[in-house]
Ligand binder design. Structure first.
Ligand SMILES: [Fe+2]
Length: 738
């Protein structure tokens, strides 16, 4: 089930509680409804709300329990409050007691206003959170944060009915501002082009363009995408789907208006606009002080390193998920296109960073990974349209904080900076030695194509009829030859390479047709005959990337081992479990005749199968006795959490099925997907057997350790009962008994 924000409703009115609850549940929020703050207080240990809707008079009467509740929730701040008031409830503005994170709602509560205000407050909280992070970074660098000027704001009023226009104009006299009136959409656009307003008030229905269309248009324009839009309507129940859309209005007012309500709305939205200007102004400051990339304005590594732990900290306190996504592209040109596309697609509180030569990292607050995937795949789907071939982009996401996890390990993990997480950077053309070997026909053309791409060390080695001159060293060898000659050329080339793992890319010459060499060494790959230059260059880049990745494996490996050490450190009884499972899984895989790549996957998968447990609260891992159903559910999530984390590492690609499926059972009663029998990936079945045995031999908080003989007996009996793959378990038992 995907994550949803949790809303507390506190009102003594039974019917109001029921109606509000139903409306919010219908709009897909999590809701907890209470008749008093005392009742809400008793629930806090289980869940922290992301917004509170409270009867304003009742809260004022609860002189100790309401303030107590708010104090207990201080750590989740900014936490917005939505006060429900009677229409004659006095001065609304004064009643917004705290800061920009609160708002009011007038009785009788209309569904449209409720949902738009809730959506707006939740978005606003993100904005305030981002400003807070920006400002603490600036403070850490002794830079004074941006201060928005206080000159009267400009409000554009788009209304075709003269009487209505005059009425709102009169109301706005209560606020120091300049009002510009437009009677048609064309008029409105003309005004927007001349001067960006701080707020647009627009009627839903007016002659030349639908009000919603105008909103969508303004939200897409660079100059007005942060300008709040207030929609006036006489339709009290608009379709919920349009409420809260990023492209839609920021708030609604349903006619007939309450005068004070109009003023309150306008003030709130102008405040919001000030927040946006603050965010942008602070960005300019970051830019001026060299913390952003000069050409794109996107923040760099240093800001990322600051924001990351801050986000983790805040998300943990407020029980919010967030997703980190990394988009890696292979050329600078594509990077520029993708980063500008991403910028225009991001919500205003999402953050983007340049974290490597061709790496774009995104932090998407309040977004679980499934939703992030949808948003990001939209960007990827547009890639071809903006001229970026799909093979030039790689996307990884890591989702954090969906289970109320303990952040101590994660903060440790990021101390050394994002490179530890991301592994080696994307490749650069400079300094990479490429050897063009084999047929000399066309090799100088190939060399010029590569030089034009910035490869500055391209050499030609004609092999045909010539002996190989001693040992050959290169980052990549491109071997040219026709279908018949390639096997022989390979036989002469491979022994002469200083590193036998040097990647070899075979480029077939001669007539197109026939099947390429059936057996080529592991380190070699071929380009299908007849492929074009673009594809050729893409393969060259990929091969060099892979080679770089291989040479950077040690760095990534030591980081991952550090992660496992952190995980096992807290529990003496599991120390060495990952390594032990890895060693035995590889030994078992060898007995089962698996290929080298599969053994490598077993090694990683064995080592990291439980890495997702670093996200679980220590108290659950150490709990003696039975786990509650909810705790057990959290424990079960570790395989998926580990999978999400490990997706960040290219070198773990083939181990991912192991990490995700090592708790599946042959009888289909395992998790996370309840796969059965051979539908469970083979490598995961191997690790399951080894994992079960190793766990049995260790003491757990809820039972003593079993002896080797007893563990073997249990494993055998469970396999006979259909829990584990019988053939694999049988081979494993033979192996440990030998
Ligand atoms: Fe596990």
């Amino acid at each position: 089930m995907s994550w949803k924000p949790l809303i507390y409703i506190i009102t003594p009115e039974n019917s109001e509680r029921t109606v509000l609850r139903a409306q919010l549940l219908g709009a897909d929020y999590n809701v907890a409804a209470f008749h008093s703050s005392d009742e809400a207080l008793s629930c806090l240990a289980d869940s922290i709300p992301h917004l509170i809707i409270v009867d304003a008079d009742h809260a004022q009467d609860e002189t100790s329990s309401f303030p107590d509740l708010m104090q207990r929730l201080e750590k989740a701040s900014p936490l917005p409050l939505l006060h429900i008031r009677a229409p004659d409830g006095g001065d609304y503005v004064r009643d917004i007691q705290r800061d920009a994170s609160d708002d009011t709602l007038t009785r009788p509560v209309k569904s449209l206003e409720l949902l738009s205000r809730v959506g707006s407050l939740l978005r606003n909280r993100q904005l305030l959170g981002q400003i807070r992070i920006q400002e603490s970074f600036l403070a850490s660098k002794d830079i004074k944060p941006f201060c928005a000027n206080n000159s009267p704001p400009t409000i554009l009023l788009v209304e075709d009915e003269a009487a209505e226009l005059a009425n709102i104009r009169r109301l706005l006299e209560g606020i120091p501002c300049n009002v510009i009136a437009a009677r048609t959409a064309a008029d409105a656009l003309w005004h927007v082009k001349r001067k960006t307003p701080q707020l647009v008030i627009v009627d839903l229905l007016f002659p030349d363009l639908d009000g919603l269309e105008l909103c969508r248009y303004l939200k897409r324009q660079e100059e007005t995408k942060y300008t709040p839009l207030l929609m006036l309507t006489s339709v009290p129940e608009l379709d919920n789907r349009i409420v809260g859309l990023n492209s839609g209005p920021d708030d609604y007012l349903v006619k007939p208006f309450n005068d004070m309500e109009v003023l309150t709305r306008v003030r709130r939205l102008l405040n919001r606009n000030r927040g946006h200007r603050k965010l942008l102004g602070n960005n300019l400051l970051l830019n001026r002080h060299g913390y952003t990339d000069a050409s794109s304005g996107i923040p760099g590594q240093e800001f990322f390193r600051f924001v990351y732990p801050e986000m983790i900290n805040w998300s943990q306190k407020a029980q919010l998920p967030f997703t980190v996504a990394r988009i890696r592209v292979s050329t600078e040109e594509s990077f520029l296109k993708i980063s500008s596309e991403t910028r225009s697609t991001l919500r205003n509180f999402d953050l983007d960073f340049i974290t490597g030569d061709l790496d774009l990292s995104l932090i998407l607050p309040e977004t679980p990974s499934d939703r992030a995937q949808v948003a990001l795949s939209r960007i990827l789907a547009r890639s071809e349209e903006i001229g970026v071939p799909p093979w030039e982009i790689r996307l990884v996401t890591v989702s954090i904080g969906e289970n109320g996890w303990d952040a101590r390990h994660i903060s440790e993990m990021f101390k050394a900076g994002p490179h530890d997480l991301t592994g080696p950077k994307g490749h650069s053309a400079n300094g990479q030695k490429i050897l063009i070997a084999g047929d000399s026909d066309g090799s100088s053309d190939l060399a010029s194509v590569l030089s034009a791409q910035g490869y500055d060390k391209v050499e030609i080695l004609p092999l045909e009829g010539n002996p190989v001159p001693g040992k050959v060293k290169a980052n990549l060898v491109i071997l040219q030859g026709d279908l018949e000659k390639v096997p022989e050329l390979l036989q002469r080339l491979i022994p002469s390479l200083t590193d036998p793992e040097t990647p070899v890319l075979i480029k077939y010459t001669g007539p197109v047709g026939g099947s390429p060499t059936p057996s080529i060494p592991d380190s070699a790959d071929y380009i299908p005959p007849g492929s074009g230059t673009d594809y050729f260059l893409h393969r060259v880049r990929n091969s060099l990337n892979m080679a770089q990745l291989r040479s950077g494996t040690e760095e990534v490996e030591s980081f991952l081992k550090r992660l496992i050490r952190l995980l096992e450190e807290g529990d003496v009884d599991v120390q060495g479990h990952g390594q032990q499972v890895a060693n035995r899984a590889v030994a078992l895989g060898t007995r089962l005749g698996l290929e080298r790549e599969e053994l490598e996957a077993l090694r990683w998968g064995g080592l990291l199968h439980d890495v997702g447990k670093i996200f679980l609260p220590g108290k659950i891992m150490a709990k003696e006795g039975m786990l509650s159903a909810e705790e057990f559910m959290m424990v079960k999530s570790h395989s998926k959490l580990g999978y999400d984390l490990c997706r960040a590492f290219t070198i773990l690609d083939s181990a991912l099925p192991i990490i995700k499926h090592h708790h599946e059972r042959s009888d289909g009663k395992g998790y996370p997907e309840g796969l059965k029998g051979d539908n469970i990936p083979l490598l995961a079945r191997i690790v399951s057997v080894v994992d079960v045995y190793d766990t049995l031999t260790r003491r757990r908080p809820y039972r003593p350790a079993f002896s080797a003989e007893e563990s073997a007996r249990i494993l055998r009996s469970e396999s006979e009962n259909g829990m584990w793959d019988m053939k694999i378990a049988g081979e494993f038992l033979k192996m440990i008994e030998s």
